[in-house]
Design a protein around this ligand. Structure first.
Ligand code: GMT
Length: 372
């Protein structure tokens, strides 16, 4: 028998996961988490406006509930949050990724189903706190929904500290770092080509400083040959393509667009570029490290919790193209350094962020709010 609640039976719970289904770290974490929880016997229900990109709905115990948002001439802005809350209340379980507006929708769903116990946990990912949450329009509601959550987790100590600092919430926040499936994301030296390749994976938003990837490639190519793979799409793709033409490196950059299986692409490259303005953790860097591909990232946010500078990757100042390019060149030209850093990167992923270590933390957190 399976009860709703997050209603719990034995150690298996019925878990609803709400996330953004599009290309982005929070949706990826939520999807991988749901798949892992299902493989451990939990019943997992995804609730969103589209099926999350990495979700395989053919997997046992995985369900997907689409939120349909009706429009009406009066609605200049269709009220997605209300449609989401209604769907959550029907499905009856809530575990939300990215606070806005998922957390407040979960609170509404909880109030709508007061005859059943429907606790919810909010997982904070990054810009839901650092950019959007602190915006005046969303500040109050974000603070309120965090305070009303039955459990709150953040994906780095940095984000936990920022949440306390910005919102002055007294609620305990559990840090549960991002994780990676080290069986899926693994080095494959046989597939690494002779040509030196850099890779960048993101949703091409301004916070990612995508144009810096092009500038770094341009600088790197002054000393050594390299080709750059740009994976993903978003508002800064056009400007990045233009910059590549202006700097005369467009023949050395391939824009691949959105790709579902980055675990197949990353092992075919040598270095990952992560030049972000802000990164609450840096999931893309972790996925690369699991593949033995050292990241050259910026010293920002929660990235230093993942990367130890000079050991399993490099950290350089934001916007410092010369410093970032110098680190890339050293990795591409010094084989001994590369081998050392590549193994260290894989080791960090395996020993600190493997799925098998992190998923139980989410499981315990969820079981705790259910009272299991
Ligand atoms: O940009 C965001 O904050 C949203 C989120 C996303 O959906 O892309 O990214 C964040 O969540 C990832 C997974 O937890 C983290 O690894 C990223 O560092 C974080 N991105 C930022 O903080 C910019």
């Amino acid at each position: 028998m399976k009860r709703t609640c997050a209603e719990c039976y034995a150690a298996h719970v019925k878990i609803g996961i709400t996330c953004y289904p599009t290309y982005g770290g929070s949706g990826i974490v939520a999807t991988e988490l749901g798949l892992e929880l299902a493989s451990r016997g939990h019943e997992v229900h995804f609730i969103s406006y589209a099926s999350p990109i990495r979700l395989d709905t053919g997997v046992a115990r995985i369900h997907y509930h689409e939120v349909e948002v009706s429009t009406y001439p009066l609605f200049h802005y269709p009220p997605y949050c209300l449609a989401l809350a209604s769907r959550m209340a029907e499905v009856a379980a809530s575990y939300v990724h990215y606070a806005i507006p998922h957390s407040i929708a979960a609170l509404l769903a909880k109030q709508m189903t007061s005859s059943r116990r429907l606790p919810f946990v909010t997982t904070l990912h990054g810009t839901d706190i650092t950019l959007v949450g602190v915006d005046r329009s969303y500040f109050g509601i974000t603070k309120f929904s965090i305070e009303q959550s039955d459990g709150v987790t953040a994906i780095s100590r940095y984000l936990e500290a920022k949440t306390v600092d910005f919102f002055r919430v007294s609620k305990p926040i559990q840090v549960i770092h991002n994780f990676v499936n080290c069986d899926l994301y693994r080095p494959d030296p046989a597939r690494r080509p002779k040509e030196k390749r850099l890779i960048h994976v993101s949703n091409f938003r301004p916070v990612k400083r995508v144009l810096d990837c092009i500038r770094v490639l341009h600088e790197v190519r002054r000393s050594t040959d390299a080709h750059l793979l740009m994976v993903g799409d978003g508002p800064d793709r056009g400007p990045a393509e233009t910059l590549a033409r202006e700097l005369g490196v467009s023949a050395h950059v391939t824009f691949l667009g959105k790709r579902d299986h980055v675990e197949r692409l990353i092992p075919e490259t040598h270095v990952l570029l992560l030049p972000s303005e802000m990164e609450a953790f840096g999931l893309a860097a972790l996925e690369a490290m699991a593949c033995g591909v050292p990241p050259v990232a910026t010293l920002t946010g929660g990235v230093p919790e993942l990367i130890t500078d000079g050991v399993d990757g490099f950290l350089a100042p934001i916007g410092d193209i010369a410093a970032q390019a110098a680190r890339v060149v050293s990795l591409l030209t010094d084989d001994a350094l590369y081998a050392r850093m590549s193994s260290a990167a894989r080791r960090t992923a395996e020993t600190r962020y493997a799925t098998s270590m992190i998923i139980p933390l989410y499981e315990r957190c969820y079981e705790a709010v259910c009272g299991v």
